[in-house]
Write a new protein. Sequence first.
Length: 159
Amino acid sequence: MTVKVGDTVPAGTLAFLGENGPESITTDELFNGKKVVLFAVPGAFTPTCSEAHLPSFVANHDKITAKGVDRVVCVSVNDPFVMGAWGKSQNAENLLMAADGSAMWIKTLGLELDLVERGLGIRSQRFSMIVDDGKITHLNVEDGPKFEVSSADKILEQL
């Protein structure tokens, strides 16, 4: 079952590359008492993700946080080392580049994407959301491989 607007974000743990290596952050630490914009991509270093999706949030980070957002988070089903390298290559130092290496949290959201037949394993659907104190207030899930409704511009309209 897919999460929907009004739902509490399911519990989980994500990872990111800290100064001394991989670190963990729980969804409680990430969302409780905060307003967070989170977007997810099928894969780091993939064409649409690298050429459009992530850059839209890097370019609009300051506009998003100026609207009262505490943190902007990018999630992908990759490991924290890949997410760290991708963030560095995309000048995304202001974003939390979070890894869900085994898609465990993405599966609890009901937003996994099965690309096993294409040799890519289980990934995340492309989506964005606004979470206010743990509650999903906006959820934008792409229909297929498109990049239309999950951009930073859409999030800015919703804030």
